[in-house]
Design a protein around this ligand. Structure first.
Ligand SMILES: [Zn+2]
Ligand SMILES: [Zn+2]
Length: 157
């Protein structure tokens, strides 16, 4: 049986979509219509062709993947905001929005001299090259920041 995971919202259009995981009985019963109902025209066509080619056998396997396909299609369609359900399930989509500040540097952003990774201070100008931790909110900031991007606190190097 499919398990209800939660709802995703499209912040541009305001639409929401329910996400399930596991074997999809509705997909097994309604076939191509299931994909059409979910707005997955491309997959409706693809699945129809696969089923034709395999003489109908693929239809027994597609419901195992259809919920996952639906989830992927929703993400591609701009549904990103979780409005209901288990946050853990959507963890991988959230990660895309988090900017990594721990980029390994190849040159010093202050004096432009070449650096061989993993050094804490620039050997040429002596500036700190590690992400700066804010003394106020403890968040990590890019080394070129003068103020904390999270709370606005002045960063001391
Ligand atoms: Zn430098
Ligand atoms: Zn801060």
């Amino acid at each position: 049986m499919s398990q209800y995971v939660g709802k995703l919202k499209n912040s541009k259009t305001g639409e929401d979509v329910e996400i399930y995981q596991g074997f999809s009985w509705p997909c097994l019963f309604f076939g191509v219509l299931w994909f059409l109902a979910k707005g997955m025209i491309l997959w409706a066509v693809i699945s129809f062709i696969i089923v034709l080619v395999t003489g109908g056998i693929a239809w027994l396997f597609l419901p195992f993947f259809s919920n996952n396909l639906h989830y992927q299609a929703a993400i591609k369609g701009g549904f990103t905001e979780v409005i209901e359900g288990d946050d853990q399930m959507f963890e991988d989509t959230k990660d895309l929005n988090i900017q990594s500040v721990n980029v390994s540097l190849e040159s010093c952003p202050f004096c432009n001299s070449n650096i061989h990774g993993g050094v804490k201070f620039c050997p040429k100008c002596g500036k700190l090259l590690e992400p700066i931790r804010c003394s106020n909110c403890n968040s990590s900031n890019p080394i070129t920041n003068e103020f904390c991007q999270n709370c606005g606190n002045q960063l001391k190097v």
